[in-house]
Design a protein around this ligand. Sequence first.
Ligand code: SAM
Length: 254
Amino acid sequence: MHIDILTIFPQMFEVPFGTGIFKRAIDSGLVTINPVNIRDYTHDKHHTTDDSPYGGGAGMVMKPEPIFEAVEAIKKGLDDKNVDLPVVLLSPQGRLFSHEVARELAQHPRIVLICGHYEGVDERVAEHLATDVISIGDYVLTGGELPAMVVADAVLRLVPGVLGSAESPLEDSHTGGLLEYPQYTRPADFRSWKVPEILLSGNHAQIAKWRREQIIKRTLEKRPELLDKAELGLEDKKLVKRMLHADNNIDRES
Ligand code: SAM
């Protein structure tokens, strides 16, 4: 998979994608990250990428021309001109990013991410260039680089082979619509806080059962709304019922 990231700060991407899992994936040719400097598509001596807003007001707005030109250059370089290329503008006004959206984007061999700054990006980019506008949450950051890193990370780790087999994403939180079970490592006793006995038993069937119960329990405790959307089997539904019933009894007794 290939990700082009349009930014005025291409150097920001060196560390997150130049280390660890992503470095390994890039070195092995599984994925490529290409930070594109928007300034390279300006034509004035100062490489201007922003200007004051029409109608007045504080701050600056990112100009449309270099962003359009950068995306057009990417499209021109494609072997297959008819390929469905997602061009994603990062914006706090976009649809909310989630595991589902990451999965959608990971289906594509190539995507483009556009990072805004200042007061944002000239609206014509959202209207006539971007195919998607994505927000990573209901808060405002100073620039689109951190959101682009979040999106790229969540998407790339879904590309087959990026995670080693020991780091399978299949059981991660949100993958199956629920939260993951609690994880422990050595020591088994840390400051008198003990690892649940069952995990030391070596009984894999019982461990799998315990983990499934924990998945349901923590989702019920921390994010109950996820259970409404998740596809639950009969056993899971029985577990939810039992846990809710137990909770009600505790409430009544207290
Ligand atoms: N004035 C804009 C507004 O109120 O919608 C916010 C602009 S923000 C300061 C500058 C840039 O940071 C945005 O263009 C966008 O690229 C990025 N950004 C900030 N918060 C974001 C979020 N929650 N999700 C995605 N991108 C975000």
